[in-house]
Ligand binder design. Structure first.
Ligand SMILES: [Ca+2]
Length: 317
């Protein structure tokens, strides 16, 4: 008898790395993606919705429902200054087919997350690959909802204070620090986090990147097109290829092969610092004497991660 796949909701801000991570999860035999909830992040939420529909068009998966979520941060901020992934948050790629937005579900993202956990208590995994505004809002509307989640996986934050958007903050947490704070303080289900440092340290080489994009297929060509702008910028800056959301996907899909080390710790988010606003703070030495709230992935097998990307690329020919 076939084993039932785990129900998965992907909460996304529809960026370039979100696209590849989504393709990885859609190929999974372990998870069944039952919905996408969109959140303001790499672009405004209306554009994020369009981006997610474009990603699902490339994957021929428009049958999976898509829901719009928070358009503002918890404190009401709308605009995010980050042009790395393009003005539209998806590489400003002109060739991607314009999606039919009329298929967007009418129910709000927060409502659907709460409703589905009531319909399937203990069965749903929530994967967060954008700012945590939808998650924090769900926790405010229904503080018990996370007790009904099977587990939660987050790409965001940093555990050694190394920033990628400010001197000390990671993009997803910095985009809504108060939401990240609420999420870490109030989640009541097993929660695993992949932070920025482990992504930066384990990215494939540029030669490996070009190998990935040498395959034909609709998804591969789509990724190649949307990555053109950020890849050109990274090469110009002398940076490595640094996927982010894909690391979380690989850790979820093949934990025993990809994850080499984790730490179970208490972590929170700095909300007061002039230079450290939005930085994740980890209590490594148990100074605060608080119960651990997070499992942080601190070491990844680089080669197995690349193999996961390669398998996703190869599955699309
Ligand atoms: Ca993202």
């Amino acid at each position: 008898m076939a084993t039932q796949r785990k129900k998965l909701i992907i909460d996304t801000d529809g960026g370039v790395d979100d696209a590849q991570a989504i393709f990885m999860m859609l190929d999974s035999t372990v998870y069944d993606v039952i919905g996408f909830t969109c959140v303001r992040g790499n672009s405004g939420v209306n554009q994020v919705v369009r981006n997610v529909l474009k990603i699902l068009t490339a994957a021929d998966k428009l049958s999976i429902p898509v829901y719009a979520g928070c358009a503002f941060s918890i404190l009401g901020q709308h605009v995010i200054q980050n042009s790395y992934q393009g003005v539209d948050g998806l590489g400003d790629c002109q060739s991607a087919e314009e999606p039919d937005v009329s298929i967007l579900q009418r129910e709000a993202a927060t409502d659907v997350i709460i409703r589905l956990t009531k319909e399937h208590p203990g069965e749903i995994t929530l994967m967060c690959i954008g700012p945590l505004t939808n998650l924090a809002t769900a926790l405010k509307v229904d503080p018990d909802f996370s007790c009904r989640l099977r587990d939660c996986y987050i790409m965001g934050g940093n555990y050694y204070g190394k920033g990628n958007i400010t001197v000390s903050a990671e993009f997803n947490f910095h985009a809504d620090p108060e939401a990240a704070y609420i999420a870490l303080e109030q989640l009541r289900c097993p929660t695993t986090l992949v932070g920025w440092e482990v992504c930066e340290e384990n990215g494939p080489t540029w030669d490996q990147y070009h190998q990935l994009r040498s395959f034909s297929g609709k998804r591969n060509q789509f990724l190649k097109a949307i990555e053109q702008k950020p890849v050109a910028f990274s090469i110009k800056q002398g940076w490595n290829y640094s996927p982010a959301d894909e690391f979380l996907a690989a850790c979820m899909l093949s934990p025993s092969e990809v994850v080499m080390e984790t730490k179970h710790v208490y972590a929170t988010v700095e909300l007061g610092g002039k230079l450290t606003y939005g930085q994740m703070v980890v209590d490594w030495n148990k100074v605060l004497k608080k119960e651990p709230n997070l499992t942080i992935v601190t070491k990844i097998d680089k080669d197995t991660f690349f193999t996961a990307l390669l398998n996703t690329a190869k599955s699309d020919i």
